[in-house]
Ligand binder design. Structure first.
Ligand code: NDP
Length: 306
């Protein structure tokens, strides 16, 4: 079940190879009798579609973030929901996080302006060990990014709700430790899930807690950010720049101030996209587990929302 044209057909071909014993139906064209459907493999389905499947036993998300599924009031909350965990997704996300870390660290955002002016000017930068990178959310994606950025020699810390031990990465655990974490962070990378607790977490107060001239790299969900507070922090010069991959409204609406802001880099939700080949293999493992009477891996805790 997907809104992306052609994607469902690609998955059908992959599942035919990986799970030849299964009867694969594609929504809406070949769904047949809704009562036949036991497992739904979904991207972002139309609201209400899953509620209409009376014998549904599991929902397997092709996306790592499942917040948009849970905004559907009719989503069947008594059915196990598993999110996508795929090493390729983590590797791609880390590449993106590393790219923006290096971009801001080396002042590459400033050279574009200098080139337009025809100005030859070298911008000094600190040693990587003196550049403090902070990763919010040390889950599958955040931990991988923190580990790899640390391996490049940066001074990396992470903020998370439960304890994490990552070699070379200082951890700040729980809401009280958010403030010292922000105070030591020059480049802030957001890799939190979107939940009631994290919605709007990048706001006037948290942005003010960062050192002067810090940078924001927002890679998880747009609604983590209070947009007007981000614009105010950039316009006042308190924040040095922002790289935004995700937005409250996607596609980012025409004329939105982020499009043309000189200190904002916009990318269209591409930090890490699900690769059908590897994602289908992960889903196939879970379908075999379900057939064997076991639960899928990476179950979402409905009470936490991730
Ligand atoms: P995980 O569920 O593995 O990790 C989430 C982490 O955030 C956990 O370590 C969790 O801690 C921590 N966390 C959750 N709530 C809080 C909180 N209130 N305070 C502190 N820490 C908290 O998710 P992933 O790493 O797989 O993915 C993260 C997000 O990235 C996804 O939800 C999705 O929105 C986004 N994403 C974006 C993509 C893009 O292309 N831009 C692609 C893929 C994902 P704990 O375990 O202790 O609860």
């Amino acid at each position: 079940m997907s809104k992306t044209p052609g994607e469902a057909t690609a998955y059908q071909a992959l599942f035919s190879d990986l799970l030849p014993e299964e009867d694969i139906r594609i929504w809406p064209d070949s769904i047949g009798d809704p009562a036949d459907i036991e497992y739904a493999v979904v991207g972002v389905p139309e609201p209400g579609v899953l509620a209409d499947l009376p014998n549904l036993q599991a929902v397997l998300s092709l996306w790592a973030g499942i917040d948009s599924l849970l905004t559907d009031e009719t989503f069947p909350r008594d059915v196990p929901l598993a999110r996508m965990v795929d090493p390729l997704l983590a590797a791609d996300m880390s590449h993106f996080a590393i790219y923006w870390t290096l971009h801001f660290h080396r002042g590459l955002h400033r050279y574009a302006d200098l080139q337009r002016e025809g100005t030859w000017k070298q911008i000094p930068y600190p040693e990587a060990k003196d550049r403090r990178v902070g990763v919010m959310g040390l889950g599958t994606l955040g931990e991988d990014a923190a580990r790899k950025i640390s391996a490049l020699g940066f001074d990396v810390a992470g903020w998370n709700s439960s304890e994490r031990h990552i070699e070379g990465v200082e951890t700040f655990i729980g809401e009280d430790r958010l403030w010292p974490f922000l105070a030591r962070t020059d480049i802030l990378i957001v890799l939190l899930p979107l939940t009631g607790r994290t919605r709007g977490i990048i706001n006037a107060e948290t942005l003010l807690a960062l050192p002067d001239g810090a940078f924001l790299v927002s890679l998880a969900r747009g609604a983590h950010i209070v947009e007007k507070d981000l614009l105010a922090a950039l316009n006042s010069g308190r924040l040095g720049g922002a790289a935004l991959d995700v937005f409250t409204a996607e596609p980012l609406p025409e004329g939105h101030p982020f499009w043309s802001h000189p200190r904002i880099a916009v990318t269209p939700h591409v930090a890490s996209t699900t690769t059908p080949r590897t994602a289908a293999a992960e889903v196939a493992i879970d379908i075999r587990r379900l057939r064997a009477g076991r639960m899928p891996r990476h179950l979402v805790d409905m009470s936490r929302g991730y």
